[in-house]
Design a protein around this ligand. Structure first.
Ligand code: DX5
Ligand code: ZN
Length: 217
């Protein structure tokens, strides 16, 4: 079982000073930060692009966990890889060549992840499990931070974990949306090991205690 990783989502950081928000994460000794990229089509919101990621990269050694919420992610792999992404996750829902896009991510030197929305069954990503470094199960409908955790996603997480065990695969199993210390523990109990937290992390009174609690999950 992988050790737990907390990946704070900079979407809940200070958009007038994202570098300061990334520095908060790095100064706590955390390794990962989650970067949400939205195109206004796949999700009804916009965030930021490769130029912002590249600017953050200049002053950060964090592992950049880039979550592409895009209708045409295949068009943007190279810009995000060049901007300094360490891992790029692509959604299964839009129609494009998923396998070729994952291969392209790897060819550019990044780890690769596949993501599924709450309404998408686990079976949709099953063919890609042997090809990925991470599976991201959305525990809210993506587009906005601060939404409530979808407890009905727990069986899906358990299903993906059971496939991982049965096939002796070692991808990480990440959850994103409405994660706090309570819901992270619920996800951990069914096999999740990587926890994206936006609102709950950046609004925590004691972020060091929050990070320490996730490390003990
Ligand atoms: C949702 C994004 C999440 C978001 C999570 O569209 O993919 O990463 O930042 O935010 P919280 O933790 O506030 O639900
Ligand atoms: Zn995300």
């Amino acid at each position: 079982m992988h050790a737990p990783i907390l990946a704070p989502s900079i979407l809940a950081g200070d958009h007038a000073n994202l570098a300061a928000s990334a520095a908060i994460v790095e100064q706590l000794g955390l390794a990962w930060i989650h970067l949400d990229i939205m195109d206004g089509h796949f999700v009804p919101n916009l965030s930021f692009g490769p130029q912002t990621v590249a600017a953050l990269r200049k002053n950060s050694k964090l592992f950049f966990d880039v979550h592409l919420m895009l209708d045409e992610p295949q068009r943007y792999i190279e810009p995000f890889a060049k901007a300094g992404a360490n891992l790029i996750s692509i959604h299964i829902e839009p129609a494009y060549d998923h396998a070729a896009t994952l291969a392209r991510i790897q060819a550019l030197g990044c780890k690769k992840g596949i993501v599924l929305n709450p309404g998408t069954p686990a079976e949709a990503i099953e063919p890609y499990l042997a090809q990925v470094d991470l599976v991201l199960v959305m525990t809210v409908q993506p587009g906005f931070g601060g939404q409530s955790f979808r407890r009905d996603m727990l069986p899906k997480i358990a299903q993906i974990d059971s496939w991982r065990n049965a096939r002796a695969l070692d991808f990480r199993l990440e959850v994103d949306g409405g994660i706090d210390l309570t819901t992270a523990a619920e996800c951990r109990s069914v096999g999740s090991d990587t926890f994206v937290a936006g609102t709950s992390f950046f609004s925590a009174q004691d972020r060091a205690a929050y990070a320490a609690a996730v490390a003990k999950l």
